[in-house]
Ligand binder design. Structure first.
Ligand code: ATP
Length: 322
């Protein structure tokens, strides 16, 4: 193996740059030439490929977002489109690739491996929705951003005896809501795995109001309710709290990566290059306890999600007390 490539795909996540930097530095330290592909599979198909050096790696390693760009290219599911990508890689002499992204991106990596380009996937998403890894690159940073935002909202809700409905990201995974709910003492937590009906939320807030709770945070995963502002209105009417809704949105995706995300990204980046040097491909790196493991991409897509219902039950019990 002499030349490897890196791309980031799907939604960006803080820590992706630390992974890219670690792959560049490890590759160069092991005598490889390392190339970066701009804008994910789109850049691969269009031939936007550049040689990377240590100066570039050092410059980006602590920055948020992804410095090499990310994009979605649904057409990558078509063989003819992927053939163009493989042709471009061959033009540069790139024999293997590290793909940093979500599980959609791994399907692309799997297909490329089947076409002779060994690919290793790294889990880069704030959503923590990759079942084969305890944590994904970006989750810790986004979680800290959410916790800081909720703490700020709490200050003002507490001062004015109010309620706020806070909507957080997570795609179909409730971990951001669950972990942030536990960390901030949110009185009501509704996650993708255990959605509370609007009626339940309204009646629970009403109860807290009757018990003279000074402030209430209702923390909900995205995509659960048609409109959190109208939910806030219903809460206000039933409980008497002045109630607002805050959709944290893309604030959660950006920002300087936390130390833990940089650590995870860097160790995973080193691990990925080592796997490629062993001649492995079609694998996906995950964190399991204190270890990194490489699993077959196909098998990771069918793994069951960890059951965190007891943590949610505990958080709800603790936080709903007055
Ligand atoms: P996020 O969780 O942030 O959305 P993701 O990696 O799951 O990240 P997707 O949009 O699902 O995001 O996939 C990213 C890209 O991976 C797609 O735009 C496409 O280029 C490629 N891809 C997805 N599924 C396949 C597939 N079945 N075959 C080939 N390529 C695929």
């Amino acid at each position: 193996l002499r030349k490897i490539g890196i791309l980031t795909s799907g939604g960006d996540a803080p820590g992706m740059n630390a992974a890219v930097a670690a792959i560049i530095k490890t590759g160069i330290a092991k005598g490889l030439e390392v190339y970066v592909v701009e804008d994910g599979y789109k850049g691969l198909v269009n031939g936007c490929i550049q040689k990377a050096d240590i100066a570039f790696a050092s410059e980006i390693q602590s920055r948020g977002g992804t410095a090499i760009g990310s994009a979605r290219l649904p057409e990558f599911q078509e063989l003819a489109v992927r053939e163009k990508a493989v042709m471009n890689l061959k033009k540069f002499g790139i024999e293997a690739l590290v793909v940093i992204g979500g599980d959609g991106s791994y399907m692309g990596a799997q297909r490329l491996t089947e076409m002779g380009i060994n690919c290793i996937g790294l889990p880069g998403t704030i959503d923590n929705d990759i079942v084969s890894s305890d944590y994904t690159i970006g989750f810790d940073t986004a979680l800290n951003t959410i916790v800081e935002a909720i703490d700020r909202i709490r200050d003002t809700m507490q001062s004015h005896n109010r309620c706020d409905v806070v909507e957080v990201m997570g795609n179909k995974c409730g971990d951001l809501a669950l972990y942030a709910g536990l960390a901030t003492g949110a009185e009501i937590i509704s996650t993708s795995e255990d959605k509370l009906s609007e009626e339940t939320i309204v009646s629970q807030v009403k109860k807290l109001s009757e018990a003279s709770k000074r402030s209430v945070i209702v923390l909900v995963s995205e995509k659960l309710y048609p409109d959190v502002h109208s939910l806030a209105k219903k809460i206000e009417e039933a409980s008497g709290y002045i109630t607002r809704a805050t959709v944290l949105g893309h604030i959660q995706r950006g920002g300087t990566p936390s130390a833990m995300d940089r650590y995870l990204a860097t160790t995973m980046g080193i691990f990925a290059v080592e796997e490629l040097l062993k001649g492995h491909g079609g694998l996906y790196v995950g964190q399991q306890g204190n270890d990194l493991v490489a699993r077959d991409i196909q098998s990771t897509l069918n793994m069951a999600r960890k059951d965190k219902s007891q943590v949610l039950a505990d958080a709800r019990l603790l936080n709903s007390q007055v």
